[in-house]
Design a protein around this ligand. Sequence first.
Ligand code: PEP
Ligand code: MG
Length: 583
Amino acid sequence: MATFSLHGIPVSRGIAIGRAHLLKAAAREVKHYLVSEEKVEAEVRRLSEAIAAVHAELQAVRSDLPPDAPSELAAFIDVHALILSDPIIAEDPLRIIRSRHYNAEWALLTQIDELSAQFDEIEDAYLRERKNDIRQVGERVLKMLTGSASSLPTSSDPDDFAPQMIIVAHDISPADMLQFRDRSFVGFVTDLGGQNSHTAIVARSLDIPAAVGMGNASALIAEDDWVIIDGDAGIVIVDPAAVVLEQYREAQAKLMRERKKLGKLKKTPAITRDGTFIHLLANIELPEDCPGALELGAVGVGLFRSEFLFMGRTGQSARLPSEDEQFESYRKAVVAMKGRPVTIRTLDVGADKPLDKDEETALNPALGLRAIRYCLSDPPMFLTQLRAILRASAYGPIRLLIPMLAHAFEIDQTLALIEQAKQQLRDSKKKFDEQIEVGAMIEIPAAALTLPLFIKRLDFLSIGTNDLIQYTLAIDRVDHEVAHLYNPLHPAVLQLLSMTITAGARAGIPVAVCGEIAGDTKLTRLLLGMGLREFSMHPAQLLTVKQEVLNSDIATLEPAVRRILKAYEPSVIADGVERLKLL
Ligand code: PEP
Ligand code: MG
């Protein structure tokens, strides 16, 4: 068979080489027939029983989740269970059997097709993706009806499988994905899916190369075909020529070597060549991210974006999380970090992180009522969060981080509310850390230009470069049309960064960077040379940044960075940063 390649969406990095194993979609093999009047109720029962069986199956998968399963999986399985209990699946197809006398499979497929068509009309890409969840749930029920529940090889001995299996499917549900974890499965290719699809998210957290949105790959690829997935490019090469296969094997081996080398750094302390310890911390969104961060050697959490506990809540839990619910999450994070500090940022909603998707958007949301402004406008809600964080501080070291501060009175009001929350806890005899440290995000230029106000009142600073760049350069961080103007090396940004780091060092208070640039290895040396000693980033970046730290010598970086900070010409700055690599 001739070589061919398919192009899709890169969603999970790396290279996978293996033989294709096709997962058949039950929907394609479904029989269509009419049932007679007297058999209608039996057919209705057959469908209801299949739905109930799938429900039980999902509950079983959910309760047997291995402890190291990606945190998203449980949530995805819950979503599937919810869809399954919704009348659109649990009742409407039964009505179709009764009114049209379709057999159960046909009735279910008809309903799913109808729902899919409705979803296609939706403009929001994330919501449109959810159509696939309905399809996946439908597939499960169909497989139950047709008795083809498992399309995987059934042996429980992993050695029985082809050593390097690549799953090729129309779509894969998160629950199915779990089945593959223990098998020799090295990558997957699906016809459906996009950046936000659950399969893509799970692939990223399992760190498995994948290409999704491949159109009709599952029809074009045959069982046992040799397949290469280039996860970085979103390309799949089928039956590659020997020389191509060789090239990819070499590239793969190189990646593996680099990864292995990095893997060895997990426990190595991040100390520069000239002996300075650098704190490499993790940015997390949920307490479930902590074990992964620890495993990769994080010395603490530098940014817990607490808004993720507040967002995307639907149905019963649509209200804000209660004090106890929040307390449990914060406590879980601090316990998981085993004595390492956890920096919890108070609620940062508004602008690119709306609490409620249907909320009316402010005229200029990035400049509107977001983060601390939002919290100060709703003291009862803010006090609830503060009490929850304070209570968790009885279980391990917590630092409180306040986003988007710009004015002295905002700091004062915030500190007063923290004191009020502490008093409420004292009154109700609840334990907390009386000495809890409070810090400010420096993410508005006004803050970086008035640091004495912050240093006088607070215990530490953390520079949020994502917003600092947005507000300094007046570019909306979510507007693609101005994305090209987003430049951390703009001299104005460098000045604000350097001023903040220097002012903190002079005053003897810790300064961290927790924006994306902290995880960008191209900028590690520049930040070290400016005096930065605390970097907080996505855990996936910890090891590459550590490698950069281990190879750096601060004493030689400092004078070179001073020269960069004196420059205004972009080319001079870019050259200077490039040259830091050679030092
Ligand atoms: C930042 O602004 O750099 C930051 C870390 O916060 P967020 O990206 O959550 O706004
Ligand atoms: Mg921010």
